[in-house]
Design a protein around this ligand. Structure first.
Ligand SMILES: C[S@@+](CC[C@H](N)C(=O)[O-])C[C@H]1O[C@@H](n2cnc3c(N)ncnc32)[C@H](O)[C@@H]1O
Length: 473
């Protein structure tokens, strides 16, 4: 009787007990939902980055999510799911209304909604409803009727900046990038998602792999693809916000992941790492700080590469002055530009998932043509696991040698792993691309003249951004 309920309950109890044991053994408290975030949480010392804690979080969250789906009345789940868009839209409204910044000074006693609304010109009655809906989802706390304070989650929306008259234009520049993710999700992403069903059911576009036949064209009334749109004067605000969101995305996975995803110490002294589609150069910056003897080339679209120059000049001027970093505006659909040396590593973090197979293969073939016999290709991207057992995951991803995900959880950890699957669908709507299964990755890697030789799991995460190491085939 009720065996699934008992199993889910036991998984939750056991994993929470293990997390508490680590807290006790390390003397670290677990962050409270009621208190604003401490950014030290995103360092290797953050309690969630302890490997045992991270593993048990995955089990507890997967079990808790499955428990909700099991226990709650199915029509209630259906209707709540059908209206789920209320969440990103509400987050977008409070992000645009700078509510987290407004609440920063107020601290735990919070501010009455009328005082918040006086600062952002939103109807206080409507704002109260939005904030109450968010507080019910554990974003913000309603500390007294109509009085709201920041909590752990809402504090992520605080850029930490003062609200100035032209705040909106500059809000996301040099920010932690998390408010930018909320703004991006509530704007071009959700607009494209809304249009996607029409694009999918239209026989002219439903099977397209092209970037200019997606939901985003209909949503923003543009003919060009998302990247070209970001380069236009109208696209500037969204472009800056997107770039900030990309650096914010680094906080989604444990720190040092890029350092642990590859043996950087094996790259010869003064070797060259080419960060393809490196955006603001934030990923290579992390590597350069840990391995200062390496040289870097950061490649991106010419408009974007300017932000990388600025970031490096501020963050690691010694490398810039020593000419150990090169900033190259280019198009990765063209042959590789002249590089200072034969690359030791081509690094592509969250690039291949932006492109459907035909484009991904073109990018990787261009890199293959510029590779030397010892060049490594390092792909860092989510791998979406099948929601069932799979032979290729058992062998290529080494799952056969690992402890099995306990029943009755899904083998892909279900609710604990929704982020990768959500990004997959978003990419479909915006770019006609998506995350891949390991079989999907193997296909594009092999079709472009590379060979997958090592798959490396993120040591502090069962689920997020593994590394695929490839060599010339
Ligand atoms: C999802 S972002 C990834 C950024 C970075 N690698 C990271 O992990 O944060 C994709 C990057 O690809 C760049 N990109 C898109 N099309 C490109 C092209 N044709 N040539 C070069 N870079 C391009 C974008 O400007 C953007 O910076």
């Amino acid at each position: 009787m009720a065996s699934d309920l008992k199993a889910l309950r036991d998984l939750i109890v056991n994993s929470i007990d293990q997390i508490i044991q680590v807290c006790e053994a390390t003397g670290k408290d677990f962050p409270k939902l009621s208190e604003p975030v401490q950014f030290s949480e995103f360092t290797p010392d953050g309690i969630r980055n302890h490997p045992k804690v991270s593993d048990n979080i995955a089990i507890a969250v997967a079990a808790a999510f499955q428990l909700v789906q099991t226990l709650q009345s199915p029509p209630v789940t259906l209707t709540t799911s059908a209206f789920r868009h209320a969440l990103p839209i509400s987050l977008g409204i409070v992000e645009r209304g700078n509510v987290a910044e407004i609440l920063r000074e107020a601290g735990p006693q919070g501010l009455h909604v009328k005082e918040i609304a006086a600062k952002n010109n939103i109807d206080p009655k409507k704002l109260a409803r939005i904030l109450r809906f968010l507080a019910t989802n554990h974003w913000f706390t309603e500390v007294a009727p109509d009085v709201f304070a920041n909590n752990l989650l809402s504090s992520l929306l605080d850029t930490g900046k003062e609200i100035t008259p032209n705040f909106r234009e500059n809000k996301h520049k040099d920010s932690p990038g998390l408010a930018a993710i909320a703004g991006y999700g509530a704007d071009e992403v959700i607009r494209a998602m809304v249009e996607w069903p029409d694009v999918l059911f239209d026989p002219k576009t439903g099977f397209s792999e092209e970037l200019n036949e997606t939901g985003i064209q209909k949503a923003l009334n543009i003919n060009v693809d998302q990247w070209a749109y970001y380069d236009t004067p109208e696209g500037q605000y969204r472009s800056h916000r997107f770039n900030a969101a990309m650096s914010g995305a680094s906080k989604l996975h444990p720190p040092l992941a890029v350092l642990l995803g590859f043996d950087w110490a094996t790259v010869p002294k003064n070797g060259l790492v080419v960060d393809v589609g490196g955006s603001g150069g934030h990923v290579s910056l992390e590597i350069a700080k840990a391995f200062p003897e390496l040289n870097f080339a950061i490649e991106d679209r010419p408009v974007v590469i300017e932000s990388a120059k600025k970031n490096w000049a501020e963050d690691l001027p010694s490398h810039v002055e020593a000419k150990k970093v090169h900033f190259i505006g280019c198009d990765f659909f063209e042959p590789q530009p002249k590089l200072p040396a034969v690359p030791d590593v081509f690094l592509l973090r969250t690039i291949i998932h932006d492109w459907s197979d035909k484009f991904a293969i073109k990018i990787l073939k261009n890199l293959r043509a510029a590779a030397g016999p010892n060049t490594k290709l390092l792909l860092i991207d989510s791998i979406v696991n099948y929601a069932c057992e799979s032979e290729s995951e058992a062998t290529i991803l080494g799952k056969a040698a690992e402890p099995k995900v306990p029943a009755p959880l899904l083998p892909n950890l279900g609710g604990a792993n929704l982020l990768a699957y959500s990004v997959d669908v978003v990419l479909g709507a915006c770019l006609n691309s998506g995350e891949r299964t390991i079989d999907g990755y193997k296909n594009v890697i092999e079709a472009s003249g590379w060979k997958l030789v090592e798959f490396r799991k993120n040591p502090a995460s069962k689920i997020w951004w593994p590394a695929m190491i490839c060599v010339p085939a």
